[in-house]
Design a protein around this ligand. Structure first.
Ligand code: GAP
Length: 439
């Protein structure tokens, strides 16, 4: 049996639409550029991914969670440097009016849209934050921003969380939430969008301990992606050097994934020093220092190690990694299968009665499985067609209820990846599924 992997993004875009994972936003109105809606299977996959991240972060005694507001005091973004420095250099083609990020193209080459040569404007800074008005009065005091990262909601709550949870260093705060950036060149499906979700964790440590924390978190985060079923050969590290290093960081490394458009950033691990807390102290006038009772009541600002992964980007990597075509070109035996890790699969088990005549007994089994597993029932079409449909949405196990089931109280369980079939007693079925899903 031959197996091929994803070759271009269009394969994922069309499967995602065909099978109800991801649709273009406002499609009936012609769509809105770079905005996407998660469909029924997409949202299950996304929820499973977020739950897995939340569990990896907060099911430990040194990390707690928050859910901060998207709108924050405008001074937050002054303090963080986003108002003055969160810019990308932008150039326009004077011939066709297309806009590009200057650092992503060769401005001495012809325009990639219309082919005009020497028509680019001088680069200008373009601030990526979305600005809007809060309240009914249209004056400048009502200006607010849609947050461009979730991290600042953690920094401004550092003391609230530390004191109410009685946390000692080192400890972390985790958050999942939407972020917004007015990207100049969004694209590659859900890779770069203007509205996206981040899963960020700030780990507060004693100054001087940030590099050890960085090494520990690098290992944990790498292994987390592997635990999602990503193949190690599709991951690599990209350390930030020279100009790449943000002004607030003393070290940073990205985990890159081999997307169909090339190697690109999926997660950033940043050692952010005490930059953010120091700036918020300065701008708010509030003392944000930590009192170290284990070290003679010394007062200092902790250093911060950040892990930041885009939920949509991690999900795109999971879609790309899971995508396989087996026996490509062989009309009878070709099948497209999404080999999701069972913990992430949108549907864990499908119940497929051999014929409608078995509906009553098969439905009873389905309803029982539904109490514990996200399950689906399908009686329409040939069994082969029903298997293929479940393969394309990545359901790890299909349960066939046949006439023998009425006699022997057993069902046939078909494994998505090997297509092997096994007869399993119905009273053992839940245990059988648990052993193969919660791995
Ligand atoms: N708090 C640090 C921070 O926001 P970042 O490298 O700008 O750092 C972190 O973003 C992660 O957020 C990226 O690695 C990526 O996964 C995701 N991300 C950033 N911009 C994005 C966009 N326009 N669309 C989708 N995901 C994005």
């Amino acid at each position: 049996m031959s197996e091929s992997n994803i070759k271009d993004m269009q394969q994922i875009v069309s499967l995602a639409k065909r099978r109800g994972f991801i649709f273009q936003s406002s499609e009936i109105y012609g769509g809105l550029s770079s905005c996407w809606d998660y469909g029924p299977y997409g949202i299950e996959l996304k929820r499973n991914l977020k739950n897995k991240w939340w569990q990896a972060m907060t099911f430990r005694s040194d990390i707690v969670g928050v859910d901060a507001s998207i709108f924050m005091h405008p001074q937050v973004w002054k303090a963080s440097g986003h108002v003055d420095g969160f810019n990308d250099p932008m150039v326009d083609c004077k011939a066709c009016k297309s806009r590009f990020r200057e650092d992503k193209i060769d401005t001495s080459a012809p325009c990639q849209n219309c082919g005009a040569k020497g028509e680019f404007t001088e680069p200008r800074d373009f601030n990526l934050m979305f600005k809007t008005k809060m309240g009914p009065v249209e004056d400048s005091s009502a200006d607010v921003y849609l947050r461009p990262e979730t991290a600042q909601g953690i920094f401004v709550n550092f003391l609230n969380v530390q004191s109410t949870m009685r946390k000692k260093l080192p400890f972390g705060i985790a958050q999942i939430g939407k972020a917004f950036r007015n990207e100049i060149t969004p694209g590659n499906f859900i890779f770069r969008t203007r509205e996206f979700e981040q899963m960020e964790m700030q780990y507060f440590v004693k100054p001087g301990e940030q590099m050890k924390a960085m090494e520990d978190w690098k290992e944990l985060r790498w292994n987390w992606h592997i635990s999602n079923g990503i193949r190690p050969e599709n991951l690599r590290w990209h350390p930030h050097v020279g100009d790449e290093l943000a002004h607030y960081a003393d070290a940073a490394e990205d985990i890159e994934y081999k997307f169909p458009h090339g190697w690109d950033e999926m997660e950033g691990i940043h050692s952010r020093t005490d930059f953010d807390l120091r700036k918020h102290e300065e701008f708010s006038g509030k003392n944000l220092k930590y009192t170290d009772v284990q070290d003679g009541n010394k007062k200092y600002l902790p250093f911060v190690l950040e892990t930041s992964v885009g939920c949509d980007r991690a999900l795109l990597a999971i879609l790309c990694d899971a995508f396989r075509i087996e026996n490509e070109g062989d009309k009878e035996n070709e099948r497209t299968v999404m080999k999701f890790h069972p913990s992430l699969a949108p549907i864990k088990v499908a119940v497929l009665p051999l014929t409608k005549k078995l509906n009553e007994q098969a439905t009873a089994l389905f309803h029982d499985l539904q109490k514990e597993f996200k399950a689906e029932y399908d009686v329409a079409g040939s069994i082969g067609k029903r298997y293929r449909r479940q393969d394309e949405i990545g359901t790890p196990m299909c349960v066939t209820f046949d006439f023998d089931s009425l006699e022997d109280n057993a069902v046939t369980v078909r494994d998505r990846d090997t297509m092997n079939q096994e007869r399993v007693a119905i009273d053992q079925l839940k245990n059988y599924l648990r052993d193969r899903i919660y791995i």
